[in-house]
Design a protein around this ligand. Structure first.
Ligand SMILES: [Zn+2]
Length: 481
């Protein structure tokens, strides 16, 4: 089996807008099963891929974003592979005697022993840090394809031509490495994740999406989406050709993408409502420096990103806590009500959902936020910086970016014994691990979530769209024309 992860690929691009640029993926769809794949909560790369390869939710994993809190500190710390305490799909496969090759999957740094080969993903810190298991694979690869490109540097920047050529070179190298490993190491299971797609969306979304409020139809990059997806498809096609018809191929993404309309300045709102107090007001917009927080007069603060993580300054839990632990429940309810009533600068309500992790997940391990807040169903980010003059700003506070993540990723499965079911509805990111294990005949491990998408129709709880659904017909007609 080969799993090709294309980070951030949304159904509307793969199944519709760029489908004509993707004959190989189209052929997989026609011979197999495909549909939208509901992401994890939150739909963010590091938790999402880890949910996919473990069959556990972000609460069970204790991974609420790229960075997470640790006891005794208010600052977040970047997650790495040592923060994953659940078995991943390749561990179970290895236990059953199969040879595995997880390549570039997020949270595989530092590389860890597997029954086969592992290459760390984009969170590899570079320099002398190891990136392969076993380490001897590093020189084998560098000798053949040059220095390892784990990620694109500064992808939230203005030099778009440089960013695009870096993305293209990285994507090409990753597929070359996957081909080498498949041919020469003969794994039973190879999984690769291409982060270039995510970087491409963040850098180019407003230029390729005519619906984006800041789209300029005369911009010189508007054809790049078509071009990049066509490149991606030809890489996928080559890998499928190498794999042959007896190999099952899964093409999946961890979440989708949508136009970013701007962001809500959550910490400025907390300051205005006197939940958060700074020692002195910032002269201009600036990241929230925890050293400048007057903790004695602060009841809550937030971390920005695709969603807001709000933390209550609880006594005994936080280094300078002031809110009595038995007041936490009331404080969360009060904040939740106020946040769900938040307005924009013109006084219009911003549709907001604030969730309590313990109510939402099976369990909330690690250091969960007290509230998880989503603005306008992810069309608006959460802006963590302070000193913004508006409630809603148009730009991201961590560099130019016009793309937000979205709830629906993609799923295509074809080849080997995979059933030809056409479009299926209701697939979720948690289904990927049970689907892979079932394909290898491995009994379902206790406690994991999800269902086998390869199970016969009706057996897996997934609805199949009727024999000739309108949307499938439309897509087939487009392919034929
Ligand atoms: Zn991602």
């Amino acid at each position: 089996m080969i799993v090709i992860g294309i980070d951030c690929a949304p159904p509307q691009l793969v199944f519709e807008r760029y489908r004509d640029a993707m004959p190989n993926v189209s052929a997989l769809m026609e011979r197999g099963s495909w549909g939208a794949l509901r992401s994890s909560e939150p739909p963010i790369t590091v938790p999402a891929w880890t949910c996919m390869v473990t069959g556990r939710d972000a609460g069970e994993l204790g991974l609420y974003g790229f960075r997470n809190r640790v006891e005794g500190e208010t600052a977040l710390r970047l997650a790495d592979g040592r923060d994953v305490h659940s078995k991943r799909v390749w561990d179970w496969l290895g236990d059953h005697g199969f040879r595995v090759a997880p390549l570039f999957v997020p949270l595989t740094f530092p590389p860890s022993p597997v029954r086969g080969h592992m290459i760390s993903g984009f969170l590899w810190p570079g320099a002398d840090a190891p990136w392969c298991f076993p380490r001897s694979l590093e020189t084998e690869i560098v000798d053949r394809v040059g220095a390892y490109r784990a990620d694109v540097q500064r992808f939230r920047a203005e030099d778009l031509d440089r960013i695009y050529s870096d993305i293209v070179a990285m994507t090409e190298q990753h597929f070359q490495i996957a081909e080498l490993v498949w041919k020469e190491k003969n794994p039973d299971f190879l999984m690769m994740v291409e982060i270039g797609v995510d970087r491409f969306h963040h850098a180019f979304w407003r230029h390729i999406d005519p619906e984006h409020p800041r789209h300029d139809p005369k911009n010189p990059w508007k054809g790049l989406g078509h071009e990049y997806y066509a490149r991606l498809d030809s890489h996928i096609g080559r890998l499928c050709e190498l794999a042959g018809d007896e190999t099952t191929v899964l093409v999946v993404s961890d979440h989708g993408a949508r136009a970013m309309r701007g962001g809500v300045c959550i910490n400025d709102w907390l300051i205005e409502r006197r939940y958060l107090t700074l020692r002195e007001p910032p002269a201009a917009a600036t990241p929230l420096d925890h050293g400048l927080i007057d903790w004695t007069r602060t009841r809550a603060w937030a971390e920005g990103g695709y969603y807001a993580r709000v933390f209550v300054n609880v006594a005994g839990r936080e280094p300078f806590g002031v809110v009595a632990p038995n007041a936490l429940g009331a404080m969360r309810a009060e904040l939740r009500r106020a946040l769900e009533d938040i307005r924009d600068d013109e006084g219009k309500p911003i549709p907001t959902v604030a969730r309590i992790p313990e109510e939402h997940y099976r369990s909330a391990r690690g250091f969960p936020p007290d509230l998880m807040v989503y603005f306008d169903d992810l069309a608006l980010r959460a802006i963590g910086s302070v000193g913004n003059r508006r409630r809603v700003v148009l730009e991201n506070d961590t560099g130019p970016d016009s793309c937000n993540h979205d709830w629906e990723g993609i799923f295509v499965m074809s080849g080997g014994n995979a059933p030809r079911r056409g479009r299926i509805e209701g697939a979720e990111i948690y289904d990927v691990t049970p689907t892979i294990l079932a394909a290898f005949g491995i009994p379902r491990p206790p406690g994991i979530q999800g269902k086998d998408l390869g199970a016969s129709v009706g057996g897996g709880g997934v609805g199949m769209t009727g024999p000739n659904p309108a949307s499938t017909c439309r897509l087939q007609q487009r392919t034929r024309s």
